[in-house]
Design a protein. Structure first.
Length: 305
């Protein structure tokens, strides 16, 4: 089945004509909207930037549409989170794209995890443990400190491919990092009420965010990453939350609402619904407003403000 899908995607990519009359802008394809927004900050008018994910999906289950292979076929560079965040869709789409420039380990394959210190790196690999990421937890986009590492990786990757524009990428990247530094200082002040608060999320998306702002990741509604909860797991989680006085349950918006609501109401915790990516909610229109929304929504839940 997978081979048939790849063949169909490849044929569609090959048959569609190149847009010969288009302006000579760098064609960048990113995997998630966060990377698209940050790439636009770095490139300015030098690039047309497209994101595969829209921001509302589960990033581990983005569908493989034929149009994605076509877009990748025409791409000059691809920008991805890395740490195997995109393992469910990107490798097959790259294969189907028939674009040698953007294949793994090629210069135009820009991995944004290269300067990140991964958390939750497993000590052993075992499929019974769930959707384990052997290189560590890949959800580092939710820590704005890692936003700066993403900028650095994109500047390096684009400069490697387009050295004639390296000074522009560097200048734009430095300007955006300055904006992030200013925002991070403000977020640290605003997030003071979150320090020491225990949080349960549906999936371990929040670990980098929690570390940045001093929260304690107490557990997840999933048994393990990618493994659906059982009644026994939920009963045990609720009991442990009651004993530990966990105050916050986060439902990332692409996960089902009912179970998260049940866990919150059964423990007296506040249910908070958050996007995991840019455009996951209308308020999260770009990277800075994503972090803004998540910080302020959590603080409001804790303080009642």
């Amino acid at each position: 089945m997978r081979r048939t899908l790849l063949l169909v995607l490849a044929i569609l990519a090959a048959l569609l004509p190149a847009d010969a009359g288009a302006a000579k802008k760098i064609r960048v394809v990113t995997t998630i909207p966060d990377l698209a927004d940050i790439t636009r900050q770095v490139t300015g008018d030098l690039a047309d930037v497209t994101s595969i994910a829209t921001g509302v999906e589960d990033v581990h289950a983005v569908p493989m549409k034929p149009s994605f292979a076509v877009v990748l076929n025409r791409a000059d560079v691809v920008v991805l989170m890395g740490l195997e965040m995109e393992h469910a869709f990107l490798p097959a789409l790259l294969e189907a794209s028939r674009n040698p420039r953007i294949q793994r380990d090629q210069p135009a394959y820009i991995d944004c995890s290269v300067y990140v210190r991964p958390l939750e790196v497993p000590t052993r690999l075992d499929r019974s443990l769930g959707d384990i990421h052997p290189m560590g937890n890949p959800h580092f986009n939710l820590d704005p400190g890692n936003g700066k590492n993403i900028v650095r990786a994109i500047v390096d990757g684009l400069s490697r491919n387009y050295p004639e524009h390296a000074s522009t990428f560097k200048k734009n990247g430095e300007a955006y990092v300055a904006k992030l530094d200013e925002a991070i200082a403000r977020w640290q002040r605003e997030a003071a009420p979150l320090r020491g608060k225990k949080v349960v999320s549906y999936h371990p998306d929040l670990i980098y965010f929690a570390e940045r702002f001093g929260m304690i990741q107490f557990g997840t509604i999933e048994i393990r990453p990618g493994i659906d909860p059982t009644p026994a797991h939920i009963a045990d989680l609720i009991e442990r939350m009651r004993q530990a006085k966990v105050e916050i349950v986060v439902r990332e918006l692409h996960y089902p609402a009912g179970l998260a609501s049940t866990v919150a109401s059964s423990t007296g915790a506040k249910l908070v619904e958050l996007p995991a990516m840019v455009r996951g909610t209308p308020e999260a229109k770009d990277y800075i407003s994503l972090i803004d929304y998540n910080v302020r929504t959590l603080v409001k839940a804790v303080t009642g403000g």
